[in-house]
Design a protein around this ligand. Structure first.
Ligand code: 8YV
Length: 324
């Protein structure tokens, strides 16, 4: 039987490309001289798309509509805000993502970023490397410490809970803001983000991206967080109003921020680079070899199931699998 066709919207790790090639004829949008020409040529045959936020391609209604036989869109990543999953549901297209396999890695990164931001380890290392320790003496005592902080977590899904577990072990009181309270959790719940921001001094953002959370962390929230405030964002750049954050860091409305995600990745607003009270990471939340391998394998498993008429392991809630 002839193989079905899959379209890759951007470069994928070899494990994904090789894995998919066993089940599909593979087309690479990013290697096409003329993208629309390639799409016109392959559109009637494409039944699957492999994509990810890093490809910069939005799998919106119009993009998916170009492929009349499309059955499945496999996302590399747990966050699938670059795919219009509601439009996919209307078309009967299954969207899959890569949950669970990256939970602990992203939670580790979050704590690393929090500690770096609070205790200035990045700057302290630069100080040593620049020969300033021997020349000028000890690196400064950090104005901030984890010892006296109260943490508010924005988003209490799987990764939020893994972060909370770690923060608990550090002995810091935890509260959280989410749409609905989770009965099984003993942390203090807030249904109002501003109220929580007022009551804590450290906000950790790990909520899905997309229209619903766009600019959720705005000037008002930053003001409520206050002058001892520290903001950590490992969710999506879009969740934070970047100009408002830059202003808050400049004016010392808050103390510092640690960011792994940005509005216009991989381009970071140059204003951030001028500030010394922000730690900047290049979206490395899940970026270890072992975790990325597991994510890649899950993309292959989901799309292979689509090719073979089997049950995909991890469809997203908006497109529950009910048979092909
Ligand atoms: C990936 C992520 O780096 O899982 C996610 O949602 O943001 C990261 O793990 C990203 O998806 C790569 O495209």
């Amino acid at each position: 039987m002839a193989k079905p066709h899959v379209l890759l919207t951007g470069p994928m790790m070899p494990l994904i490309e090789d894995g998919l090639a066993k089940h599909y004829v593979v087309h690479k949008l990013h290697e096409a001289h003329d993208r629309s020409q390639l799409i016109t040529k392959i559109a009637p045959d494409v039944t699957a798309i492999a994509t990810g936020g890093h490809t910069g391609v939005k799998c919106d209604e119009g993009f998916m509509a170009q492929f009349p036989r499309l059955k499945c869109v496999g996302n590399f990543g747990v966050g699938y805000d670059s795919i219009d999953s509601k439009a996919a549901a209307k078309r009967g297209v299954i969207v899959t993502n890569t949950p669970d396999v990256l939970t602990e890695e992203v939670a580790d990164t979050t704590l690393g970023l929090l500690i770096m931001t609070v205790r200035e380890f990045g700057k302290a290392e630069q100080y040593l490397r620049a020969g300033l320790w021997a020349k000028d003496g000890d690196y400064r005592l950090t104005p901030a410490s984890l010892r006296d902080r109260r943490v508010g977590i924005v988003g209490m899904g799987r990764i939020g809970q893994a972060i909370a577990k770690r923060i608990e072990a550090f002995g810091m009181p935890i509260s959280y803001f989410s749409r609905t309270p989770k009965k099984e959790l003993s942390y203090k719940y807030y249904g109002n983000l501003l109220d929580m921001a007022r009551d804590v001094d450290t906000l950790v953002v790990i909520t899905p991206g997309g229209a619903e959370t766009k600019n959720m962390i705005n000037a008002e929230v930053l003001k409520a967080l206050g002058s001892r405030g520290i903001l950590i964002n490992v969710a999506r750049g879009t969740v934070v109003d970047e100009p408002a954050l830059i202003a808050a860091l400049k004016n010392k409305t808050i103390q510092a921020a640690g960011l792994d995600v940005f509005w216009n990745e991989p381009n970071v607003d140059p204003e951030f680079l001028k500030l010394d009270n922000v730690v900047l990471l290049p979206h490395v939340g899940s970026a270890s070899e072992c975790t990325r391998q597991m994510m890649g394998q899950l993309v292959v498993d989901n799309l292979a199931a689509c090719a073979e008429g089997k049950t995909p392991p991890t469809p997203v809630p908006e497109t529950p699998f009910k048979g092909w």
